[in-house]
Write a protein that binds this ligand. Sequence first.
Ligand code: KG4
Length: 342
Amino acid sequence: MILAFESSCDESAVAIFDPARGIACEWIHSQVELHSEHGGVVPDIATREHLRHFGPLLAKAMESGAWGAVTRVAVTRGPGLAACLAVGAAAAKAVARARRLPIVGVNHLRAHAWSPFIPVHAQSPGGFWEALPALLPHLGLIVSGGNTILFSIGEDRRIQRISGTRDDAAGEALDKGAKLLGIGYPGGPAVERLAAGGRPDAFDFPRGLGKRGDLDFSFSGLKTSLRYRVQAMSEADVRGSLPDLCASYQEAVIDALARKTTEALALGSYRSLGLSGGVANNRGLRGALERAARGAGTRFLPAEPRHTGDNAGMIAFAAWSDAEDATRFQGSAIRVDPGAVL
Ligand code: KG4
């Protein structure tokens, strides 16, 4: 069984994964409310909160029935905020040392990449490796506050990055758009809530698609376009148009993500399409990618809502499923890597 820690940004999380049963238990403490008054994550506050919350989270894990059966420790090594990563790594190393267990540093993005497979494992824990070949090659889209990445997992289970964003990530575009509109943080859920009452075709926002065949994303033009639009409107007009502005802005983000994903699907014979990261909670995006998968005759594998944002369940799962990650269990030494890439 694997005990995992996650602390890359503003969530402190601990989980225990049992390869024979699935995720046995998981605990998370989110700091989102604390950061919302600042309009974004404040690294010092995040670090302080991790220091405060890992003790109680660990106490819960120690009280669980699974604690005694833990044989390995995993922790997010990066990418993420350096001081935040260091707190999780210190907690994980302390447990590994005290219990003389091997420890592994997990790449957070690779964990997002594998997270859509957690429900596949849960359906048939003993049959996971037999079920996996029917889902490979896999095309995946990671959409979070810091990343927008298309990647593949080949029949050999190797992860290959296909494309990414040239500027802002999709979640960042939603967060910055929400800030411009003054509707709160995190922006994605706020935009989605207001968009539900608006028309997606009310405003014409750019898609930043680039040339055909170019699978990279770009969201900075969209954000600028929203700024100019808002500057040209009166405050009362903006307030009255919030649902339409949000629906149209969100539609531009979803459309760009869905079009590039559809283009990528057509370039390979993928057997499944994954969707993970915080923005994967967006119902419109889920619907659009489900349609894209159906159109390509591919199985749609969205990560479960509890594993879309930052969480330790996916770190534990990837420590088990991702044999390719270079820093496999290496005694008691792990190094954090704030700038790690997929
Ligand atoms: O993966 P995640 O929890 O964290 C990091 O990137 O560290 O993703 C957070 C992002 C934020 O940008 C947030 O606005 C976005 O996910 N998000 C959403 C929704 N829920 C969270 N975006 C669109 N629709 C949502 N329902």
